[in-house]
Design a protein around this ligand. Structure first.
Ligand SMILES: *[C@@H]1O[C@H](CO)[C@@H](O)[C@H](O)[C@H]1NC(C)=O
Ligand SMILES: *[C@@H]1O[C@H](CO)[C@@H](O)[C@H](O)[C@H]1NC(C)=O
Ligand SMILES: *[C@@H]1O[C@H](CO)[C@@H](O)[C@H](O)[C@H]1NC(C)=O
Ligand SMILES: *[C@@H]1O[C@H](CO)[C@@H](O)[C@H](O)[C@H]1NC(C)=O
Ligand SMILES: *[C@@H]1O[C@H](CO)[C@@H](O)[C@H](O)[C@H]1NC(C)=O
Ligand SMILES: *[C@@H]1O[C@H](CO)[C@@H](O)[C@H](O)[C@H]1NC(C)=O
Ligand SMILES: *[C@@H]1O[C@H](CO)[C@@H](O)[C@H](O)[C@H]1NC(C)=O
Ligand SMILES: *[C@@H]1O[C@H](CO)[C@@H](O)[C@H](O)[C@H]1NC(C)=O
Ligand SMILES: *[C@@H]1O[C@H](CO)[C@@H](O)[C@H](O)[C@H]1NC(C)=O
Ligand SMILES: *[C@@H]1O[C@H](CO)[C@@H](O)[C@H](O)[C@H]1NC(C)=O
Length: 683
């Protein structure tokens, strides 16, 4: 280390000064303490490593302090140290010998510091840690060269985090010696290129996270040991695995969400892939007709490699290759937020273990893959936000073991009324934002309504914005619904008999934006969550306060005050309440102060609760900031206002009177002046 001697002595003085200060006054913060062999000194405003800790300390946490450098003796007393965490300081340098006595250290977190500044010295310090297994140097503005130097001699490293740095390109030199590495985190860097052999020699790598980088494509993916690969939030247009048919891949989870994929990824020939996440791409089966055969006008695709090589692949060939790859182990396929209009024939059929098929937010117009293609194992089907209102065929039967079904946002008008009666495991149904009514018990013919009786497994039902006018008598009898969402059905009528069947099961009821009237909430004995926001209520319905609620949502109504007797009941029966967006009167806040004093009901949106004051013209005032004196003083204030207003007027009249009198009687003025001037003035 080359340091100007003067600077060094100044440095030492500063260090010594702060050190003695820290040791002289033990930290006041009670959470800064040693428990058994763990020293917990995070967020203790330390400027240096405490020196007075027990020698046998094994774990030392110094996160979020103000330590700027580690000198050679910082950790010398603690030779049993196994775990050290110094993240979120402002460290610029580590003395090259700082860890010379800490050969047992196996976990080291140096994240969120400024280690780029003296990286060579830091690298030297790290190379002493031969038994280090877990290193976190995220958020240190490191380039790939710096990172390479940091890990050069850490051959036993198993877990390494380099996230939030500025790595751009990886080649063989960076990780070449980390033969034991299992987990590598490269999230949020600037990586745009990874050379073919960059991970060469990492035979044990299982978890690789490259999310939030700038990779344009993955070609010839051949990391056979990787189980969990995260490539989300890049700019990937292609994912092509190695052509080698012999290689057995361990891959289980592949996350390619939020990229620019145009084609289905070309998976390894042999893998155990379970989760394939392709949400937020531009996938469409453009090159295939609905029955799976490739269209004749198959286009040629050109791959331009960074080294200048160009290869041509026909899209037909690509699709045929795709179908050959092994996807039989797939459990969850997430293709939400893509451009799918259909699924080609024979495609889903190959996924014989599929449990979750998520196709929401596409432009599907056809459902002919149901039921013929869908495996019986399917439990979760998301078809929300598609174009199914134009469905040409009638709605197909659903797979028998389905548990969760989301069909919201499709504008459907026709639907098989008894479709759910045959599903013995169905638990959650979301039909929000379709024009589907609820069939009444006797009506056996209509097709634009759905029957909800006697579905023994149904617990969650979402019927938001379905334009429901009236809930028929006993609409839900025999179905143990606990969660019922009826919000955004303006003017819905809920006759007493309609929800009767749910009196013993309902836990959540959503009636937001419905203008409901005359609902007796007290019949729902199990109700815990009630949403009656956006309903123009001027007072809380009395029946609400007859049940014990965990949460009551009263936001965006027309409440100006809450009756004090109601407030008393509220504070006993409701654990948490939402009150924002109501035009409360600033001068009748007794109820608010009562709730504050009682402190038994939590106001979840406290910062949104505002009130209106007629004379203070500042718009809505936060109820906590409003001074009640503005209301009490109002009379006194106005008197003073009048006094202030009238005083000048009176004065004006008095003056005018005087002038008038004086000018009316002209002799008065000279006499007055003469009298003042009569006193002789000596010259
Ligand atoms: C730290 O460095 C000083 C001189 O720079 C040396 O005297 C001392 O022995 C060193 N301590 C350790 C623990 O290496
Ligand atoms: C790694 O070890 C080699 C050989 O012992 C040494 O020359 C090199 O300086 C070490 N690397 C670092 C970063 O200290
Ligand atoms: C991939 O990384 C992103 C960003 O950290 C994270 O949100 C996502 O959950 C990860 N995917 C998986 C499958 O763990
Ligand atoms: C379906 O595939 C067959 C060949 O397998 C083809 O002859 C036929 O034209 C296709 N039908 C449509 C509608 O594309
Ligand atoms: C360019 O890169 C590709 C893929 O990495 C490789 O197949 C090809 O042989 C390389 N060409 C040259 C000229 O290096
Ligand atoms: C790839 O296709 C382009 C035109 O589409 C052609 O000019 C080029 O020669 C082809 N390259 C190879 C290697 O076939
Ligand atoms: C159904 O899908 C919509 C749109 O994707 C989503 O907003 C909604 O939360 C889903 N419903 C349930 C119950 O998860
Ligand atoms: C239902 O339809 C059948 C014939 O399709 C008809 O005979 C019956 O009267 C209808 N029932 C009602 C209640 O409309
Ligand atoms: C209330 O519901 C109607 C449909 O019934 C909808 O058009 C409107 O936007 C909703 N208002 C709010 C504030 O959500
Ligand atoms: C209200 O009670 C909670 C615990 O129930 C407590 O943490 C909080 O300080 C109390 N607030 C007031 C203003 O008394």
């Amino acid at each position: 280390m080359q340091l100007w001697p003067g600077a060094f002595s100044v440095l030492l003085i500063v260090v010594n000064y702060t050190w003695t200060r820290v040791s002289a006054t033990p930290p006041i913060n009670p959470k800064c303490k040693v428990v058994q062999k763990t020293a917990q000194y995070s967020g203790c405003e330390l400027r240096s490593v405490p020196s007075e800790l027990p020698e046998e300390t094994e774990e030392l946490f110094l996160n979020n302090n103000r330590i700027e450098f580690l000198i050679n003796s910082s950790f010398a007393p603690y030779s049993y140290l196994k775990k050290l965490s110094c993240s979120g300081n402002r460290m610029t340098s580590l003395h090259s010998n700082v860890f010379s006595k800490n050969s047992q250290l196996h976990t080291l977190n140096l994240g969120n510091n400024l280690l780029y500044t003296h990286y060579k010295q830091t690298a030297q310090a790290l190379s002493a840690l031969t038994s280090l297994r877990n290193l976190d140097v995220s958020g240190n503005v490191l380039t790939e060269d710096m990172a390479a130097l940091f890990v050069q001699n850490l051959t036993n490293l198993e877990i390494l985090s380099l996230s939030h740095n500025i790595l751009m390109r990886l080649d063989e030199s960076v990780f070449s010696r980390l033969h034991s590495l299992r987990e590598l985190n490269l999230e949020r860097n600037l990586l745009y290129e990874i050379e073919e052999d960059a991970f060469h020699g990492l035979a044990n790598l299982q978890v690789l996270n490259i999310a939030f980088n700038q990779l344009p494509c993955i070609v010839d993916f051949h990391l056979t040991s990787v189980v969990h690969l995260n490539l989300s939030h890049n700019a990937i247009e292609w994912f092509l695995s190695s052509q080698n048919q012999e290689e057995a891949f361990q891959l289980e989870t592949l996350d390619l969400s939020v990229n620019r994929l145009l084609f289905f990824p070309l998976l390894p020939h042999h893998s155990h892939i379970k989760n394939l996440l392709l949400s937020g791409n531009q996938l469409a089966f453009r090159e295939t007709t609905e029955n799976g055969s490739s269209s004749k006008s198959s286009s040629m695709l050109q791959f331009v490699f960074l080294n200048g090589t160009v290869i041509n692949i026909s899209s037909t060939y690509l699709w045929e290759e795709t179908l050959q790859r092994d996807i039989s182990s797939l459990n969850v396929l997430d293709m939400t937020y893509n451009c799918l209009t259909h699924l080609p024939k024979g495609f889903i059929k190959k996924m014989t273990a599929l449990t979750g098929l998520l196709l929401g937010h596409n432009t599907l117009e056809s459902l002919d893959f149901i039921p013929s293609e869908i495996p019986v194992s399917l439990q979760d089907l998301d078809l929300s936000d598609n174009d199914l209102s134009n469905l040409k065929q009638s709605f197909p039967d659903l797979p028998p073991h389905l548990q969760v079904f989301n069909l919201s946002l499709n504008g459907l008008q026709h639907f098989p009324r008894q479709i759910f009666s045959g599903l013995s495991k169905i638990k959650l149904v979301d039909l929000s934002f379709n024009h589907l009514g609820i069939c009444s018990f006797n009506d056996k013919n209509s097709t634009n309504c759905v029957a909800w009786n006697d579905i023994n497994s149904l617990q969650f039902l979402y019927l938001r914005g379905c334009d429901l006018k009236e809930i028929p008598t006993n609409a839900f009898s025999g179905s143990p619904i606990a969660h019922l969402e009826l919000s955004d059905n303006q003017g819905i009528l809920l006759p007493k008999s309609s929800l009767q069947g749910l009196s013993q099961t309902l836990v959540y009821l959503g009636l937001r934006n419905t203008s409901f009237t005359d609902v007796d909430f007290s019949v729902f004995q199990k109700l815990k969550f009630l949403d009656i926001s956006v309903n123009c209520l001027t007072q809380i319905p009395n029946s609400v306060l007859r049940i014990h609620l965990s949460q009551l949502n009263l936001r965006d109504n027309k409440l100006t005050a809450i009756d004090l007797t109601q407030t008393k009941v509220l504070s006993r029966k409701v654990n948490a309440v939402l009150l924002g967006g109501n035009p409360f009167n600033c001068c009748s806040l007794d109820w608010w102060h009562f709730l504050q004093r009682q402190n038994s009901t939590c106001i979840l949106d406290r910062t949104d609760v505002k009130c209106i004051h007629s004379t203070l013209n500042q718009g809505d005032i936060h109820v906590d900031l409003f001074l009640s004196s503005h209301c009490n003083k109002r009379d006194g204030e106005s008197i003073w206002l009048y006094v202030l207003l009238f005083l000048p007027i009176c004065l004006t009249f008095v003056c005018a009177g005087v002038v008038f009198i004086l000018s009316f009687n002209p002799r008065l003025l000279p006499r007055f002046i003469k009298r003042r001037c009569r006193s002789s003035v000596p010259y």
